[in-house]
Ligand binder design. Structure first.
Ligand code: ADP
Length: 187
């Protein structure tokens, strides 16, 4: 099974992806985590990515598309995967379509987590206080939400037209939300 968890920063995609994979054994592919690991390891990729991430901007499409293609080709992904934080632009979505086609794979569901804007801001500011992620500061949060509206929201329409979109309210307890995901995905 191939899934995408879609939603604004702070919508809870990562948390739900972890719960989902514990239940199903699928692999979670989080571009945010891959990039943060590269930053922590001080690799060339990490140095390049950090500038964009700290400002709340997207890392260039060519960079993340390359990372995803490599990751999806790794053997553990054969059991199915959840993409969390990718795609984030139409160009990334089109690249994903061609990567999947090359590998003879299809998307099963795109789960769209819906959370009101005020709640997103509250969560991101809370996470900033708790985890100290360097991109969870007010300027970067504002920018990430702007980028989401401009670049990522069009994906809702993109996947709706393909008949893949499943809506889930991202408000409530993590257990409640996990139940909603289970209901739309069917496992
Ligand atoms: P959030 O959803 O809270 O912004 P992520 O961990 O998904 O957190 O992403 C953190 C940052 O990593 C983004 O602001 C962006 O700079 C970079 N990033 C993650 N995924 C992508 C992607 N698919 N394309 C471009 N940049 C990305």
């Amino acid at each position: 099974m191939q899934l995408i968890f879609l939603g604004a920063p702070g919508a809870g995609k990562g948390t739900q992806a972890k719960i989902f994979l514990e239940r199903t054994g699928l692999v979670q592919i989080s571009t945010g985590e891959i990039l943060r690991n590269a930053v922590a390891a001080g690799t060339e990729l990490g140095k390049k990515a950090k500038e964009f991430m700290d400002k709340g901007e997207l890392v260039p499409d060519a960079v993340v598309i390359g990372i995803i293609e490599q990751r999806i080709r790794e053997p553990d992904c054969a059991k199915g995967f959840i993409l969390d934080g990718f795609p984030r632009t139409i160009e990334q979505a089109q690249a994903l379509d061609s990567i999947l086609a090359k590998l003879g794979l299809a998307l099963d569901h795109v789960v769209n987590f819906e959370v009101p804007e005020e709640e997103l801001v509250r969560r991101l500011l809370g996470r900033a206080a708790e985890e100290g992620r360097s991109d969870d500061n007010p300027d970067s949060i504002r920018k990430r939400l702007e980028v989401f509206h401009e670049k990522t929201k069009p994906l809702i329409d993109y996947y709706e037209k393909k008949g893949k979109l499943r809506h889930v309210s991202g408000v409530g307890s993590t257990t409640e939300i996990a139940e909603r995901v289970k209901a739309v995905v069917g496992v």
